[in-house]
Design a protein. Structure first.
Length: 165
C-alpha cells in the first residue's frame, strides 16, 4: 500500500455504523386507564416503529393539490404568468392512519375488530376503539412518542420510557 492510500484510509471514518439492518421494532406503552385485563391490570399497547419514509408517505397520501381559483372559478395567476396552486392537508386523518398502522396490539386493521365497530375505513378505527374522553389523546400521544413525533407527555411519558427499556 502506498503512502497516499494509507493516509486516506487512516483519515476516513467508517460508514459501517450507518449500515444498519432495517428490522421491525415493537415498543410497549400503557393503554388508557380504562383498558384493563381480567385481573384489573392495565393493558399494554404494542406499537410498531414506522420508518420516517413510511410516515412521510402516509402524510403525503392525505395532501391534495389543485388550481387556486377565485369566486368566479377563474384560476389565480401569479408572477411570471404562472397558474397558482393551493395545497390542502387532512392532518387529523393522516395521524389516525399512522396510529392504525403503527398499533400492533390492538390491531385496528383486524377484520374482526372492524366488523365489531361496523367500520370500513381504518382511519376511523382509532376514534371508534378509543372513544371515551381522553382515550384517543392518550393513544395518540403514546404512538407519536414511540415514533419520535410526539411532544412531551407529562405523566405517561415516563411509562413509555420504562416500556422501551
Amino acid at each position: 500500500m502506498d503512502t497516499s492510500t494509507q493516509v486516506a484510509t487512516s483519515n476516513s471514518k467508517s460508514l459501517s455504523f450507518f449500515m444498519r439492518e432495517q428490522r421491525n421494532e415493537i415498543v410497549k406503552a400503557p393503554a388508557p386507564e380504562s383498558f384493563v385485563d381480567e385481573n384489573g391490570d392495565r393493558i399494554e399497547l404494542e406499537i410498531k416503529v414506522l420508518s420516517q419514509e413510511r410516515i412521510q408517505k402516509l402524510f403525503e397520501g392525505y395532501r391534495t393539490r389543485s388550481v387556486a381559483t377565485n369566486d368566479r372559478g377563474s384560476p389565480y395567476i401569479g408572477p411570471n404568468n404562472e397558474v397558482m396552486f393551493k395545497t390542502e392537508r387532512d392532518t387529523p386523518r393522516a395521524v389516525r392512519h399512522i396510529i392504525a398502522e403503527a398499533l400492533v396490539y390492538p390491531d385496528l386493521k383486524s377484520k374482526e375488530l372492524m366488523e365489531y365497530y361496523s367500520c370500513h375505513d381504518i382511519t376511523e378505527m382509532p376514534l371508534k376503539v378509543f372513544w371515551k374522553s381522553g382515550e384517543y389523546q392518550h393513544v395518540n400521544a403514546m404512538v407519536m412518542n414511540a415514533l419520535g413525533l410526539g411532544t412531551t407527555v407529562s405523566n405517561d411519558e415516563s411509562l413509555l420510557e420504562e416500556a422501551k427499556n
